[in-house]
Design a protein around this ligand. Structure first.
Ligand SMILES: [Zn+2]
Length: 174
């Protein structure tokens, strides 16, 4: 469970862990407050980007060299997920997205995120924004996947195209 709240954000009393509705939750013990830290997962969109007939993977500036993954991002308020996936591709890669096709949703437990994954074909010249350090093309038949949420989305999309990617060791990328 996430440890974001030690104290009640409403009344500053210490929070306690207790069973609630079938889950262990952090809740305020103070009489009359009633704050409960629900710790719900955060939705995150992920894009399997198809560019010039290949897969396009990118490395976040915070990741070690050689770590490439999908394009991901948070939803803006009231934003629809398939639009968010295309917006992220446009913002982070400078490409023109040509639609977003739902792949599936995946639980990323370590980050308490729900990954909503799309295939996003995109056109244009890659221009990375400040979030990304580098990018590469990977032929579909040479792609492998990492056994975590976005990697499983990539695997499932490749399988839907008739490829059987190999699993590679997980290296902190989402
Ligand atoms: Zn409280």
């Amino acid at each position: 469970m996430s440890q974001i709240y030690q104290y009640c954000p409403r009344c500053a009393a210490p929070l306690a862990t207790r069973p609630h509705g079938g889950f262990e939750r952090r809740a305020c013990e103070r009489e009359g407050c009633g704050f409960i830290f629900w710790d719900n997962p955060t939705p995150v969109v992920a894009a399997v980007v198809e560019h010039e007939g290949q897969l396009l993977l990118a490395r976040n500036v915070a990741w070690p060299a050689g770590t490439y993954a999908l394009i991901t991002g948070f939803l803006e308020r009231n934003e629809i997920p398939h639009e968010a996936a295309q917006r992220e591709v446009e913002e982070e890669l400078g490409l023109k997205p040509r639609g977003a096709h739902f792949i599936g949703h995946y639980s990323f437990e370590r980050m308490n995120q729900l990954i909503i994954a799309y295939h996003v074909p995109a056109e244009g010249v890659v221009t990375l924004n400040e979030e990304l350090a580098e990018w590469k093309h990977v032929p579909f038949g040479e792609a492998d996947y990492w056994p975590a949420a976005t990697g499983l989305a990539l695997r499932d999309w490749l399988r839907s195209r008739g490829f059987e990617p190999k699993e590679r060791p997980f290296r902190r990328a989402t």
